[in-house]
Ligand binder design. Structure first.
Ligand SMILES: [Fe+2]
Length: 261
C-alpha cells in the first residue's frame, strides 16, 4: 500500500488552535474504495459503508444504526417506508461477510429508542442474533438505546459496554469534551458539504484529525450534522479531514474545501 500525506485544513479556517496538531494525515486508498488512515499510529480503514475496520484487532465498528427509526416515526403518525431496519442490516451483514471480523462493535444508538427492539420483526431480531455467532459482539451504549432506566440493550446476545479500549484507541458513543487523543466515537452523525460549479453535494462523512475520529451514522434513516457546525468546535486539534462517503469509495476532503449548510 502506498501512503501519501494530505493536509487537514488551513490556518484561515481553524476549528480549534492548531499549534500542537499534526500537519498532515497519512492516507492510502485500497481497491475496495476504503480510505486507510493512521489514527494515533494505528492503521484503520474508513469503509464506504460508513463503518471502520481496525485490522490489527480484527474489529469492525459501526455507529448509530438507529434500528427501528422508521417504525418509531410511524407510531407518531409520520409514515415513512418501513424498510430502514432491513436496509441497515443488509449493509451490516455485507460488511461482516466481507471482513469476517473477530470483534463487532456497535458504537451506540444501535436502536432508535428503548422500545425499538420490541417492534422489530422477529426475522430482523434473528439477524441481530446471528451477528453474534462466531465472534465477539459488543454493544456500546448510546443515548437513544437507554432512556429513563429502560434499555434496548442486554436482551440480545453480546456484551454491553460504556467503552472499548483497543491498543491506542478508545471507542465510545459520545465524543468527550476537548482533546481526546485516540477516541473513536459517533453520536454527531457528521456530514460534509461541497459546492462546485454552483451545485452543492452533501454526503455522510468521517471526521478526523489523525488523533480522534468521529464516524458517520450507519443507519439508513439517520440524519446528519454538517462538520462545519459549532457542535464540532473544539473537538479537533487541527481542522479535520472529512472522509465523504461516495458510491463505493471514501473521498478525502480537506476542511478548507467544505462549506456550511
Ligand atoms: Fe445517533
Amino acid at each position: 500500500m502506498r501512503w501519501v500525506r494530505l493536509r487537514t485544513g488551513t490556518a484561515e479556517t481553524p476549528i480549534a488552535p492548531a499549534a500542537a496538531a499534526p500537519a498532515a494525515i497519512a492516507l492510502a486508498r485500497s481497491d475496495c474504495g476504503a480510505l486507510w488512515i493512521e489514527l494515533m499510529g494505528e492503521p484503520v480503514a474508513l469503509r464506504p459503508s460508513g463503518g471502520l475496520w481496525i485490522e490489527r484487532a480484527g474489529a469492525f465498528v459501526a455507529g448509530d444504526l438507529h434500528l427501528g427509526k422508521g417504525s418509531s416515526y410511524a407510531r407518531g403518525g409520520q409514515l415513512l417506508p418501513p424498510y430502514d431496519t432491513i436496509a441497515t442490516l443488509d449493509r451490516l451483514e455485507a460488511e461482516v461477510r466481507a471482513l469476517k471480523p473477530r470483534l463487532l462493535i456497535l458504537l451506540g444508538d444501535s436502536f432508535h429508542d428503548p422500545q425499538a427492539l420490541d417492534r422489530l420483526h422477529p426475522e430482523d431480531a434473528n439477524r441481530l442474533r446471528g451477528l453474534a455467532m462466531g465472534r465477539r459482539l459488543v454493544w456500546a451504549e448510546g443515548n437513544h438505546d437507554t432512556r429513563r432506566g429502560v434499555s434496548a440493550l442486554g436482551v440480545l446476545p453480546g456484551e454491553v459496554a460504556d467503552e472499548v479500549v483497543l491498543g491506542p484507541l478508545t471507542l465510545r458513543h459520545e465524543p468527550g469534551p476537548g482533546a481526546q487523543p485516540g477516541e473513536v466515537s459517533g453520536h454527531l452523525h457528521p456530514c460534509a458539504k461541497l459546492v462546485a460549479a454552483g451545485r452543492g453535494v452533501r454526503r455522510r462523512a468521517f471526521a478526523t484529525d489523525g488523533r480522534r475520529l468521529i464516524l458517520p451514522a450507519f443507519g439508513a434513516y439517520a440524519g446528519g450534522l454538517n462538520v462545519c457546525d459549532p457542535a464540532f468546535k473544539g473537538l479537533f486539534e487541527a481542522p479535520p479531514l472529512a472522509g465523504a462517503l461516495g458510491d463505493g469509495r471514501v473521498h478525502p476532503l480537506p476542511f478548507s474545501a467544505l462549506c456550511g449548510d
